[in-house]
Design a binder for this molecule. Sequence first.
Ligand code: UD1
Length: 336
Amino acid sequence: MILLTGGAGYIGSHVAVTLLDAGLDVIVVDNLTNSNQASLERVQAICGRSLVFRHADIRNEEAIYEVLCTYGVTAVIHLAGLKAVGDSAAQPMTYYENNVVGTMRLVSAMTRAGVNTLVFSSSATVYGMPAYLPLDEKHPVEPTNPYGRTKYFIEEMLRDLYASDDDWRIGILRYFNPVGAHESGLIGEDPLGVPNNLLPFVAQVAIGKREKLHIWGDDYDTLDGTGIRDFIHVVDLASGHLSALSHLKQPGVVTVNLGTGTGSSVLEVVRTFEAVSGRPVPYVIGDRRVGDVATCYADPTLAERLWGWKSSRSLTQMCADHWRWQMKNPNGYRGT
Ligand code: UD1
C-alpha cells in the first residue's frame, strides 16, 4: 500500500491514476485545503479501481501514524503542501508550518511505523536565478521566495535524515512547470480564484471566463522577448513518481529533475493553445512580474540514466489535454 499525501490535488490525482494503473494499492491523505474530493471519484472512474481516502492533515502525526500502521503502508509519496509564491511572501509562517513542520511530523510518523521509503515533491524553484542552462541537479541552489525555501529546507532535512540513518530510501523530485491534464478530461488543475500560473489563465481566457491574458514582460533576452519555461505534461510528471518508487530499492537519497529539457516561450504557449482550441487568446503586454527569470529549463538526463524515465508528450498535447479538461469542466470540480 502506498500513502499519497496531497493526493486529491492537481498533481496528486494524476499520480494516483499512475499508481492504480500500475496495480499498486493507494491511500490518499489530504486536508482538502486546495483540492476537491471529487477528483478522487474521477480517479477511480478512470482506473476502474478503488482507493482509500482519509481526510486528514499531515501535521496530525497520530492520524498519519495510524494510517501507516492500519494499512500496512510500505512507501510514501509526499505531495501535500502550499505552493503559491505570492502567498508565501505574505504569510511565510503558514508556509513553514504546513510544508516544513508538516514534513517533520510525517517523517516522525514514518520513523515510528518503520516506513523508510519516501518520494518528495520539490520544485525547480529551488534553483533560483539560473547561473547556466540547462539546469542540472548540480546547479547551485538559492531560492528567492519563502515557498522555494520551504522546499529547499525540506530537501536538506531529508538529506540530514539519511545521513543519520542510512536505512532510508529517499527520492527528491524537482518539478519544472507541470501543465495539461489526463487525456480523459476527467481530472485536471482546478485553481481557486484568479490563476497565478500561465496555462490555467490561458485556458480561462480561451473559454471566455477572463477577458485577456496579461503577459508579464516581452523585453526579456529571449527569441520573442517573453519568458521561457520547461512545461511538462502532468501525466509524464506522474509517471516520474512511479519510476522513482520502482528504483528506490537501495538505501540512499537521490535528487532528480523532472522536466522535458525543452523551453517554450509564453507566446509560443499562447499560439499553440489558440491552434488546438480554435479560440482566440487575446493578450496585453504588462510589466515584468517580480521574481520572474527570463529562461528556465531542465537537464532531465539524470532521470533517464537512473530510472529510464523521460517525458514524451509535446506542447501541443499539453495544450490539447488542458483544453479538453477546461471544456468538460468549465467550473472545475465545483458543482460536481
Ligand atoms: C511559478 C512559480 C514557481 C512554481 C511554479 C509552478 C513564480 C515566480 N514562480 O513558476 O515557484 O514552482 O509556478 O507552480 O510565481 N505568465 C504570464 N502571465 C500570467 C502568468 C504567467 O505572462 O498570467 C508568464 C510568467 O511571467 C512566466 C511564464 O508565464 O514567464 C510561466 O509562469 P508560471 O506559470 O507562473 O510559472 P513560473 O513563474 O515558471
